[in-house]
Design a protein around this ligand. Structure first.
Ligand SMILES: CC1=C(O)/C(=C\N=C(/Cc2ccc(O)c(F)c2)C(=O)O)C(COP(=O)(O)O)=CN1
Length: 456
């Protein structure tokens, strides 16, 4: 067994500024104890998100110089369209400025007031756009996904029995589609198995319900199928990605994750009539159907990034880095979501801060404490992110009260991971000194982005 390293070498760097603990204490207070409100210059290792923060390759940067900035019919659009067709199987696609724009359009196109949209655990923007279109999200993920210590290899799977119960209750004509995310973000980046996907495909066909794929991290999901599912060890990630997509009818994509670009997304589908309707709506909200809110250069970089993202060596290194950090924390006894996900290591704030009731926002407090300790920026994925029930106004209290250490693609080295692990272990050991938080300002929607807090 020989060691292996990343399949790239570094050609350009951005120098980082270091800060003192006093500067960080001041910065987090000014940011209202919300890591989203910190200046990036005050952040040392930025694990807030994997969205839009990956390093592009020299080929992608070269592609930026090939931007055909024609208003209509850009050559980059046709390159992107052909790439989506070939790599992801979808017959048609419309570019959007990013993922939530695709969710906005799709929700408006397919959901009528009073509809129900079942999905494998909620995602914040996905659920919000379903609700804004008059739909109600229904969680149909397997129960194990809500247990941070369950070692189930495919915790992203849909529990078909939950779908059967829903269709009994509300009838299939009120279910426009099943919303299936691969590598479920809020569950801890947990994959869906191909077997479950095939079952879901049959269910949707039988009940005449569309199967819509949130394919934001589909390449990472493919890697877990290759590693964990019988019959896939010898298949390429590219082939598994194609097989996953081909089982679905349409997709929303935030290209800011797996597809290695800083901005961009798309809505894809097979049905020509849905494509026509999407084009008619895209010109209202995003731009002409051949640019959808993106410059030509962005579409070129995305087409190139898509191909790089489904390369086995790329994905092996990407997932390997997340696993490296997860293993270090696990070995030190830090409570994390198991199995380690594809894009992040999720700290179990409930177990790290048992003395902080969920009403006092433990994950928010832990993320702030981690930043003060080392300048590592993480993201709250607990009760603050879960928000309030749209109908009752009551807080959701999710079983998963997590802090997400999200690893950008091709950005940080193993030494950075060691620094992160050291800080997380230190903060976990000092956890008793961490106090809860309360809202000072609570936005109406997606409150975690701009909410401000103070220690109680
Ligand atoms: C599975 C999925 C996503 O992960 C996703 C985005 N994700 C982000 C950015 C973000 C989004 C929502 C938050 O509550 C959040 F705090 C962070 C992230 O960090 O994970 C989108 C939306 O794609 P857009 O960001 O291109 O519009 C759709 N689907």
């Amino acid at each position: 067994h020989r060691s292996w390293a990343e399949p790239f070498k570094i050609k350009m760097v951005e120098l980082l500024k270091t800060t003192t603990i006093e500067e960080r204490q001041r910065a987090i207070a000014e940011a209202g104890y919300n890591t989203f409100l910190l200046r990036s210059e005050d952040v040392y290792i930025d694990l807030l998100t994997d969205s839009g923060v990956s390093a592009m390759s020299d080929r992608q940067w070269a592609g930026m110089m090939l931007g055909d900035e024609s208003y209509a019919g850009s050559a980059n659009f046709y390159h992107l369209e052909a790439t989506v067709r070939e790599c992801y199987s979808y017959a048609h696609m419309v570019p959007t400025h990013q993922g939530r724009a695709a969710e906005h359009i799709l929700s408006k196109l397919l959901i009528k007031p009073g509809d129900y949209v079942p999905g494998n655990m909620y995602f914040t923007t996905t659920r919000l756009h379903q609700e804004l279109a008059g739909g109600t999200f229904v969680d149909v993920i397997v129960d194990e996904a809500h247990d941070p210590q369950s070692e189930l290899p495919f915790k992203g799977n849909v529990d078909i029995a939950k779908l059967d119960a829903l269709v009994e209750r509300v009838d299939a004509k009120n279910i426009p589609y099943v919303s299936l995310a691969t590598c479920v973000n809020m569950a801890g980046g947990q994959p869906v198995s191909m077997a479950n996907l095939r079952e879901l495909r049959d269910w949707c066909t039988r009940h005449k319900v569309l199967l819509v794929h949130d394919m934001t991290r589909v390449a990472e999901n493919a890697w877990f199928i290759k590693q964990r599912e019988v019959g896939y060890a010898d298949k390429s990630v590219a082939a598994i990605v194609h097989e996953i997509c081909a089982l679905t009818d349409a997709a929303t994509m935030s290209a800011k994750k797996d597809a290695l670009v800083n901005i961009g997304g798309f809505l894809a589908m097979n049905d020509p009539d849905l494509y026509r309707r999407a084009c008619d709506m895209i010109v209202v909200y995003e731009g002409l159907h051949t640019y959808g809110g993106l410059a030509g250069r962005d579409m070129e970089a995305m087409a190139i990034g898509i191909r790089e993202s489904i390369d086995d060596n790329h994905i092996r290194a990407r997932i390997g880095q997340v696993e490296y950090l997860g293993a270090k924390l696990q070995a030190a006894g830090v409570p994390i979501v198991r199995p380690v996900g594809g894009h992040a290591v999720f700290l179990d704030a409930r177990r790290i801060l048992p003395h902080v009731a969920q009403e006092l926002l433990p994950a928010q407090a832990l993320a702030a404490a981690l930043y003060v300790d080392s300048g590592v920026r993480a993201m709250e994925r607990g009760v603050v992110s879960a928000g309030r029930d749209a109908k009752t106004g009551q807080n959701y209290y999710p079983k998963l009260e997590l802090v997400r250490l999200t690893i950008p693609r091709r950005v940080y080295t193993q030494a950075h991971m060691d620094v992160v692990a050291e800080s997380v272990i230190e903060v976990t050991e000092q956890a008793a000194s961490i106090r809860g938080l309360r809202f000072v300002y609570e936005p109406e929607q997606l409150r975690f982005f701009l909410g401000r807090f103070e220690p109680v």
